[in-house]
Write a protein that binds this ligand. Structure first.
Ligand code: ZN
Length: 100
């Protein structure tokens, strides 16, 4: 698949072919139709936000599920989905307890 990559801290952004990942347990594989790029990607490139490189650019994408991993019961192939910036939370604080 093609992906926009930061090869290393302070490295130039590159669009290149990378291996297509397989969804793991409770994961889905999404064919991305559109994705945001913003100053967070610049902060990642400049090392202001710790990250492991090479790193795929972009976040908050929308697309279509093309594969589901073991244990996935709430999504299916063909579903149109969006991915929020926040993908995990503490489950204990006031906001989590309210489902926010
Ligand atoms: Zn929380």
């Amino acid at each position: 698949m093609r992906a926009a990559i930061i090869p290393a801290v302070h490295g130039p952004w590159e669009v290149k072919e990378v291996p297509t990942p397989e969804p793991g347990v409770n994961q889905v594989l999404i064919k991305i139709h559109a994705s945001g790029l913003c100053y967070t990607d610049v902060h990642l490139t400049e090392g202001a936000i710790p990250a492991q490189f090479p790193l795929t650019l972009g976040h908050e994408p929308v697309g279509e599920i093309v594969a589901v991993g073991e244990g996935v019961t709430t999504r299916t192939i063909g579903d149109r989905v969006g991915v929020p910036w926040l993908q995990a939370s503490c489950s204990r604080c006031e906001w989590c307890q309210r489902g926010a």
